[in-house]
Design a protein around this ligand. Sequence first.
Ligand code: PRX
Length: 654
Amino acid sequence: MAPEENEASISVLLKEKRSYPPPKAFAKSARVSSAAARGRLQARGRKSPEKFWEQAARELVWSKPWRRTLDWKAPRARWFVAGRLNASVNCLDRHLSGPRRNKAAIVWEGEPGETRTLTYLQLHREVCLFANALKGLGVVKGDRVAVYLPMIPEAAVAMLACARIGAVHSVVFGGFSAESLRDRINDQGAKVVVTADGGWRKGAVVRLKDAVDEAAKSCPSVTAVVVLKRTNTEVTIHEGRDHWWHRLTAKASADCPAEPLDSEHPLFILYTSGSTGKPKGILHTTGGYLVQTAWTTKNVFDLREEDVYWCTADVGWVTGHSYVVYGPLACGATVLMYEGAPMHPRPDRFWDIVERHRVSILYTAPTAIRAFMKAGDEHARAHDLSSLRLLGTVGEPINPEAWRWYREVIGGGRCPIVDTWWQTETGAILISPLPGATAAKPGSATLPLPGVDAEVVDRAGRPVPPGAGGYLVVRRPWPAMLRTVWGDEERYKSQYWSQIPGMYFTGDGARRDKDGYFWILGRIDDVLNVAGHRLSTMEIESALVGHPAVAEAAAVGRPDELLGQAVAVFVTLKGGRAPSPELKEELREHVARAIGPIARPSEIRFSDALPKTRSGKIMRRLLREVAAGRAIQGDVTTLEDLSVLARLQQDEES
Ligand code: PRX
């Protein structure tokens, strides 16, 4: 983060005035059914966050009770100290002794249209079989297993199988390239990679196994690759290293006692972009993570036994971990899972799914909502969406116009919307309405949940007055917080716990209004939020500089109607290389190949120099303004060569 550039960016955005109280019919039977009831929970959380979370922890099954709720020596937290539990037992076994045994755990729909339902009993069996298969490949407690799968039930099976035996899973989003996969496998030293022959996306097969083969060429830690047959695509099988999933599980026993694990035993590593350096392996552990994901699933989504709950996130992102797999399964929910693209084969695919499966809770991203809005109301209106009773959003601020469209066209005006703020690092939702209790204001994630001490502060950690912009921090530890950056404790300390003294720094700017509501103003570091996904400018720049024609590159975010932010890059070429539309296209493809299609720049501008400070730092603030087509504001006196700026502004996209 470069403070010199960022103080200025925390200026306050639009002021949304309207407030929407919880719909009466909803509030009447909600778990937390009034502002006063939420107030009482908040008061309990404030008085003793530890007691608050301890009560939540009692809703899980522990094989050994904890001795202390929290050990906190900043920045090291241990929750439910010395307690033992197993996440897969909490998500599966404990539901088998009652009526949930034969309840649908996962209702899955593939992109081509086939469906599959796994009851809790069936899912438990699949998990045990696969856990034994992993053991057969030599996986033991603490080993890392990389999961590179499409959105199919086996993704959840693989995660829960790891959890069952104490292996640490690391899911890599199937849209990431072979190079990104390789870097993640090597950073964690994964022993096994679990993949598929392919997955369906927009009517085509994404060839995951090919990417694994490419990556594995330089992954010395990998001893085995498990391949699931999903698309019947031809793949190369490397004898001795590769194993078909169906063959391994056909031979495996369905009896796999779960390993009782320490509350702080690592559950998973998930990579996310930071402003500097390579992606960070965010480490989450078992007890605290499960307590808070389960509590938030139950209360933020006001989950009922009969709900059909659909979180549209891919398991490759944290939302897919916490709110497709762990939170809802720990609560015994029926989870809908969909493999493919949102508008395939027609723009009404989502609404068709909602109607056919009678989805009652829908949790999705603002970028998807904006895309649906643009496609036109008729696609939603053609379907019976009356089963919906609650809507949620996550990933970026939702613009009030999209919020109102979501409420009226999708929710028929009767469904509350929960705008949930959280991060890969926080593990669980921290700021959100409780749908029966909190009046919503479009564009605001409203209030910190009980037991969460979030605040907006200045650089010295002092709360800023209502209406003023500041840094979003969390002042006390929370159960689902990250424990470290895998293999880089220093980075954990410096990135999160050193910027604002004594507090967790989120990297987001925010303000609170006079009602105490939080308005997230976006990232203040060099991290882009493209379609709700974090991308680091640094990674995109290194990818570009890796191309033989490129001398220097700067990536910035440009406001984009659909994506929230689009990637815009400024490139200077090496001597002898001339700009051309073909080279532009080549560079865009180059970035997509190096990182994944989500990072493909929307815009490339060639320039003979980049604006820099006298100390040589690229002034991204200026480039952001140029990319957005805005007049340059603020201080440019430190700029080395003002004519660079003038030339950049003249350079029109060809
Ligand atoms: O900037 C915030 C934005 O997304 C970032 C976290 O990204 P990631 O770790 O990829 O996790 C996304 C899903 C949890 C945050 O720092 N963000 C997330 N939710 C919201 C949000 N911004 C505004 N409102 C939200 N509800």
